[in-house]
Design a protein around this ligand. Structure first.
Ligand SMILES: *[C@@H]1O[C@H](CO)[C@@H](O)[C@H](O)[C@H]1NC(C)=O
Ligand SMILES: *[C@@H]1O[C@H](CO)[C@@H](O)[C@H](O)[C@H]1NC(C)=O
Ligand SMILES: *[C@@H]1O[C@H](CO)[C@@H](O)[C@H](O)[C@H]1NC(C)=O
Ligand SMILES: *[C@@H]1O[C@H](CO)[C@@H](O)[C@H](O)[C@H]1NC(C)=O
Ligand SMILES: CC(=O)N[C@H]1CO[C@H](CO)[C@@H](O)[C@@H]1O
Length: 369
């Protein structure tokens, strides 16, 4: 009898090990090592999605004209605290807004504190290892204490920074509440992954419950807020492919919102808009008529300091529109006259209905023209 039980246990263990290996076989897994030294030669940048790898590396290697980054942010409901963490594999020659150093493996962290001041740190890694399982990715930025861990189904991510020598230690967790997407549609195989020529984009977590828990220079810095994660890449320098860019994201009532317009150097305008509610996509479109964005006041420009925000009109389909204003509250990153990022409030309504006023947003503008 004892023998039988042991044999049964042995069988059960083997069946479960077999099941686990079958499960993992169905989830493509890959590991990529990105050295800190730039690659010399041509690189390949993915442009069409597959049914996996949404948040995995999309460049075959990082040469001096290419760039790739993974972006995470959270903003508090009172708009007074915000954190932005960006993991780069790029040189300044590929993305002109990072320090001009010879390492391609860099992490940038920006803090907005409740008293309105900001601070940032930059960490330099000796190597990056990115593991991709199904749609999600995880990364280790070696010798910085920084990295992230993502669920294969993109349901949650955790970013960790352990850099006491820079005064920054803590974690940032994101629990997704809105489905992933690409610039023209949902997260499935065969989608165009370009927001504009030479600019790839995937949005793993369009909206999330964010849990930020840090110590910065010995002081506690923690809040629960509205969070987001996306990923950009290209094989040609970003700055050569953008004249102007507006990007923003936020939540208004039950709606999760993401918008982007890129005006290419030849003047062509590329737009992307995303709206989800109750963890379902309402619209994910790159139709140029899908939305409009107008600075308020009309002749103002935020970077030049005269602007209070933007007025947006989104087409929800079936004759419905979502009209809202985003009003600047705090500046999170200021590289005027070429770049700024803000937190802001959102007020608006669906098809002229009741105005909802408790919205929060983070948004940015590049002006390279
Ligand atoms: C990097 O790769 C891209 C795409 O193949 C190529 O166009 C570019 O010239 C390469 N850059 C360098 C510096 O070799
Ligand atoms: C603002 O808050 C930060 C974080 O608590 C602190 O380090 C900084 O000294 C404060 N600045 C001012 C001007 O109060
Ligand atoms: C680009 O498209 C957006 C969204 O449709 C629109 O609001 C904006 O006016 C356009 N900008 C230019 C320069 O054409
Ligand atoms: C948005 O701003 C415009 C222009 O200032 C204004 O006419 C409109 O009433 C505002 N809408 C909301 C919902 O606040
Ligand atoms: C290629 C390169 O510049 N690598 C450097 C990256 O940063 C580490 C730590 O600062 C250096 O030791 C590497 O030489």
């Amino acid at each position: 009898m004892k023998f039988l039980i042991v044999q049964f246990l042995w069988l059960a263990l083997n069946v479960s090990a077999f099941r686990t290996s079958i499960r993992n076989m169905n989830k493509p897994e890959s590991r990529k090592v990105i050295p800190s030294a730039v690659f010399s030669g041509n690189v390949v940048a993915n442009t069409i999605s597959t049914n996996a790898n949404l948040d995995g590396p999309q460049l075959s290697a990082v040469n001096s004209s290419s760039y790739e980054w993974w972006y995470f942010d959270a903003v508090s409901q009172d708009l007074k605290s915000a954190i932005t963490i960006v993991f780069y594999t790029a040189l300044a020659s590929g993305f002109g807004f990072i320090p001009s150093i010879s390492n391609v493996t860099v992490v940038g962290v920006d803090f907005l504190f409740p008293n309105g001041t900001t601070s940032s740190i930059e960490l330099t890694a000796t190597e990056v290892v990115i593991t991709t399982i199904d749609q999600g990715s995880s990364a280790v930025y070696k010798d910085t204490g920084a990295g992230w861990h993502g669920a294969p189904d993109l349901s949650c991510y955790k970013v960790k920074i352990n850099a006491p020598e820079y005064g920054v230690v803590g974690t940032f967790e994101l629990k997704s509440i809105a489905p992933a997407h690409y610039s023209c549609g949902s997260a499935e195989a065969g989608q165009r992954m370009m927001v504009a020529p030479n600019i790839g984009w995937s949005n793993a977590i369009p909206d999330a419950v964010g849990d930020v828990d840090f110590h910065v220079n010995g002081e506690k810095y923690s809040f629960q807020g509205n969070a987001y994660h996306d990923h950009n890449w290209g094989s040609q320098p970003f700055q050569n492919n953008v004249a102007q860019e507006h990007w923003g994201r936020g939540r208004l009532g039950e709606y999760s919102l993401v918008w982007s317009t890129v005006v290419a150097p030849d003047g062509t305008n590329y737009s992307t808009v995303y709206v989800a509610a109750n963890d379902k996509i309402i619209t994910a479109s790159c139709d140029p008529k899908s939305f409009s964005i107008t600075p308020i006041p009309v002749n103002g420009d935020p970077i030049k300091g005269t602007l209070t925000g933007y007025e947006l009109k989104l087409d929800l389909g079936e004759g419905m529109t979502l009209d809202f204003n985003v009003t600047i509250i705090e500046t999170v990153s200021n590289a005027a006259p070429v770049y700024m990022r803000w937190t802001g409030s959102i007020a608006g309504s669906v098809s002229g209905g009741k105005v909802i006023t408790d919205g929060v947003a983070t948004f940015e503008e590049f002006n390279l023209s």
